[in-house]
Design a protein. Sequence first.
Length: 433
Amino acid sequence: MSRNDRFIKIGLVIARILFGITFLFSGFVKAVDPLGFAYKIEDYLISFHLTQFIPLALTVAVVLIILEFLLGIFILLGLFRKWSTSLAVLFMLVMTPMTLYIALENPVADCGCFGDALVISNWATFYKNIVLISLALFLFVYRNNIRPSFSSKTKNIVLWFLLLFSILFCLYNILYLPIMDFRPYRVGVNIPEQMEVDLNNGDVYENIYIYEKDGVEKEFTEETFPWEDSTWTFVDLNSKLIKEAEQSVIEEFHIVAYNKDSTGMFVKADDITHQVLSEHITLLVVSLSLDDANESAMKQITTMADYAAANNIKMQIVTSSQAVAVEQWSEKLGNPNLNFAGMDELTLKTIVRSNPGLLLLNKGTIEAKWSSRNLPKAQELDRLLVKIQLKKNGVPHNNSSGRLFILCILFVLPLLGIKWYDRRDARKQTRKL
């Protein structure tokens, strides 16, 4: 093997790993939360004045997620070399100029390329894409040197398995809650603590002194100023921000109660944020839009409100819907134990990816979350409340490592099975020869 061939071989391995893992990671973390990626696409459509396409945001999100996920795996495994490398180049030729525009114009705060798992600046995204397009071009040029991990006999089986896996995984995370939560409102988080700001870590400024001597102006800091030389004449003082203050993890968490006025109409009244977060137990129903809420789930919540009242538990429905919709739903549900409150739309989107969704709070700590499709029965709530009573610091919160392990098993075992079949078939062919 020549030195040039060795360089190409090593370069292909590095390029496949870097490009493949980046796309695989990007596709996976967005597949964990397809609705979150759809919300990001909606932000783009609003910024580009293409609001007529917002109803397609979720469909587009799922298609892009599956495309990234499959492309990352195909590059890693060397499958469909011609099509995967061509698609990689085409994808990056579209995304690189787009991310340059986003970096220059800043229509959205972050690109959302790694979902909520890893937030990077728009310029960092553009630089990342410069590297990726270089890798994609290298892979495309030397695509015939890539050795596939599966034979031509089984590669289509791998394709259909990966396609089915990615579709089902996206659907599960849409219909239920994401199996991993990268947002500030994940189970186990104490909301009041995440709203606090350390006053000792405020903005840090540096004073720049401008002095003049012999007709020449010069800038000094407190450390560099020649204090022993009194011939300098003061001209101006500028303050330069060198470090921004630390921001709280959770912002804009404000709950405003809906009450009836003298005419019987619902109006926004008092801020009850502190009250909700300081209660021992609170059931917080989150509905981004009451008119779009799952009606069957809302009926279950009506029954749950009776359970809450019987057990002296506070229950609150928070929504971004207007007072008219609140009044209509209050009459429709017809349960005096249901209390409505208003909340910011973006905050509601972030708290839970379900309409409605349910949170159980223990003095501001999120002990559990449910989607509209698996709301808890009274027995489940009873068991959870007993656990909270027995443990002063609340219930032990299951992290996502167990679910991630099961997911890896479901993903890796079929691929290993296909690879085993591949090798067995290859040995049979060798024996025949």
